[in-house]
Design a protein around this ligand. Structure first.
Ligand SMILES: [Zn+2]
Length: 107
């Protein structure tokens, strides 16, 4: 079954379950095939970086986001906070709206 992914890049989402529960951040990338999103400052993992003097990269440990499942996040409505995404047709265009306050989520 193909599930539509309603979360888009630059949306603000809140993590509702898992290690980073309660954290909020901007969506950096969406992986529709995996139903996952990469959220700024969420699910940080340490990665070791090899030094590369030619590119002026010091070796060591760097932190990087790793993808979280879309079912573990909720969209954050600018007006009323964490909410669900609804849809509505406005001026013949299908838009994403906040299900709670009906405000459009796209500008
Ligand atoms: Zn709302």
């Amino acid at each position: 079954m193909h599930r539509r992914v309603d979360i888009k890049r630059n949306d603000t989402v809140k993590v509702i379950t898992g290690r980073d529960k309660g954290k909020q951040g901007r969506v950096l990338r969406v992986f529709p095939d995996k139903a996952k999103v990469l959220v700024e400052h969420v699910m940080m993992v340490k990665k070791s970086v090899r030094p590369n003097p030619q590119r002026n990269i010091k070796g060591g440990i760097a932190e990087q986001e790793s993808p979280v499942s879309i079912s573990n996040v909720m969209i954050v409505c600018p007006t009323c906070g964490p909410s669900r995404i609804g849809h509505e047709v406005r001026s013949e265009k299908r838009v994403r709206i906040c299900r709670r306050c009906k405000a459009p989520l796209d500008k």
